[in-house]
Ligand binder design. Structure first.
Ligand code: BES
Ligand code: MN
Ligand code: ZN
Length: 500
């Protein structure tokens, strides 16, 4: 979809459709007011008759409204004016775009971006309108023999800004939103692709493809002998049961000065998690194709910053493998040696994410990073704690945690911080190795983060557990593309080398 920015009166737009808002209690937005005046009170009359009450996300499509130059006028309910915030703004945009995509308009001029949203400037509204619009029209149909046809798909959205002086900020914001949306699309596509196709090798190929598409990205894909050479015994213990060979993927993006230390993103790339010998129960096991969504979000974020040519240095690291049971598989009680030299007693082979991340986090040391952020569908306990709304955030540095939380808030891709107190560490004590890979069930997401913290002592680090937010279940089943918006917003905030 294409986006442009414009400033001007709604009644004068020669467009297939003009989209204006109506608040609860029949209060017209400024742009609806202008249409109403041009049409001699037609909008007010419709509202008086009770056909549009302004309930949030409700829509009413009008044709040939007199006094206007557009073919259609779409009224969108905005809810109560004083409650019109981030969520409501995004919901209104989504409702409008869904309707436009299903009806006859190829293009439209949207005035919702002119509405005031508490604490948010016009740039925020434009960026989010683009991200939400792209999300609303996303479909994953490459696996269907007969893709469902959208008869007249929406091709172009023009977003209106209040003043001509807002045009430049609007253009920049639209480009940002589009880059984030493209990154999310990539993350969603990779996440939705089934485990028989989205293998570690496939992820390696997609990394090389990304580097071909964006010459500012350099990709290296290490195979099993090279991973062995690095001494990644923890990572390799997870891939042992699988017939699919593992990959260790490195994406380097260097567009700030050489001496600027890079920000490193690490993504969990388990392309299917059966649990291994600690086999998972069958219900919903198909969800475990999403166990590479951390990796997918790293790919998506790298794509977004490359599209924007951000002046930063970023490295993406993805350990990718399958977790399968077999005669070769790692068994509960096995002890493995990580790249850091620390030994781990694998008490549960289903706690495999931390085992592959451990070695990737040690590998990150060679970049002398400014900060390292890992992203992983790490624990089911995260879903219990925060549901499907916020990701869990853990960090050994409070300034880094605050920056990430703020980026999540800005991007409406929120995270919530949980503690990493020393008191939780003893859960990992082992009588036989340096420590175990699991504690008891209590505080499962925190002890998982504690495990990772033993591999991140040399730098500032944060861990984002996305088990609850990486994908949706039920009717809207599918990958969400989160936390690409959070990560991209955070990285863009680091342009100019301001410290984390
Ligand atoms: N990939 C799972 C975590 C997960 C669960 C993600 C549900 C998304 C939805 C992870 O590898 C796992 O199996 N974790 C175990 C850890 C346990 C054995 C300590 C879990 O959460 O049950
Ligand atoms: Mn697992
Ligand atoms: Zn897993």
């Amino acid at each position: 979809m294409e986006f442009t920015i414009k400033s001007g009166s709604p009644e004068k737009q020669r467009s297939a459709c003009v989209v204006v808002g109506v608040f609860d209690n029949r209060k017209l937005s400024l742009s609806a007011e202008l249409i109403d005046r041009a049409s001699n009170g037609y909008i007010a009359e419709i509202i008086r008759r009770g056909d549009m009450e302004g309930k949030l996300s409700s829509t009413l499509l009008l044709h040939n409204v007199r006094g206007t130059l557009a073919d259609r006028v779409l009224l969108v309910g905005l809810g109560k004016e004083r409650d019109f915030r981030d969520k409501e703004f995004r919901q209104a945009i989504r409702a409008a775009v869904k309707l436009l995509n299903e009806t006859g308009s190829y293009e439209a001029v949207v005035y919702l971006t002119e509405e005031k949203v508490k604490r948010r400037e016009v740039a925020w509204r434009v960026e989010h309108a683009v991200v939400v619009a792209m999300d609303a029209v996303y479909r994953f149909e490459s696996m269907k023999s007969q893709p469902t046809e959208v008869r007249r798909p929406l091709r172009k959205l023009t977003l209106s800004v209040p003043q001509r002086s807002d045009l430049a900020a609007g253009e920049t914001a639209a480009a940002r939103g589009l880059a984030i949306a493209h990154g999310m699309d990539l993350a969603k596509d990779l996440g939705n692709l089934p485990g028989n196709l989205c293998t570690p090798r496939y992820l390696g190929e997609r990394a090389l493809e990304l580097a071909r598409e964006f010459p500012t990205i350099v990709a290296k894909v290490l195979d099993q002998p090279q991973i062995e050479e690095l001494g990644m015994g923890s990572f390799l213990s997870v891939t042992r049961g699988s017939h699919e060979p593992p990959r260790f993927i490195v994406l380097e993006y260097e567009q700030a000065q050489r001496k600027q230390r890079p920000l490193v993103l690490v993504g969990k790339g388990i392309t299917f998690d059966t649990g291994g010998i600690s086999l998972k129960p069958p219900a919903d096991m198909d969800h475990m194709k999403y166990d590479m969504c951390g990796a997918a979000s790293v790919f998506g974020t790298m794509r977004a910053i490359a599209e924007l040519n951000a002046k930063i240095n970023v490295v993406g690291l993805v350990p990718a493998c399958e977790n399968m049971p077999s005669g070769h598989a790692t068994k509960p009680g096995d002890i493995v040696k990580s790249m850091s030299g620390q030994t781990v007693e694998v008490l549960n082979t289903d706690a495999e994410g931390r085992l592959i991340l451990a070695d990737a986090l040690t590998y990150a040391e060679r970049y002398e990073p400014e900060a390292v952020v890992d992203v992983a569908t790490l624990t089911g306990a995260m879903v219990i704690a925060l549901g499907h709304v916020a990701a869990g955030l853990f960090s050994n540095n409070d300034a880094l945690a605050r920056a990430l939380l703020a980026a999540g808030d800005d991007a409406y891709d929120r995270a919530w911080q949980l503690p990493l107190w020393e008191d939780y560490q003893e859960a990992l004590n082992s009588n036989f190795a340096d420590f175990a890979n699991v504690g008891s069930r209590a505080g499962g997401s925190i002890t998982a983060a504690c495990f990772l913290s033993r591999f991140t002592r040399k730098y500032d680090w944060a861990h984002i557990d996305i088990a609850g937010i990486a994908y949706k279940e039920g009717k809207e089943k599918g990958a969400t593309g989160r936390p690409v918006p959070l990560l991209t917003t955070w990285l863009l905030g680091q342009e100019g080398g301001t410290p984390v």
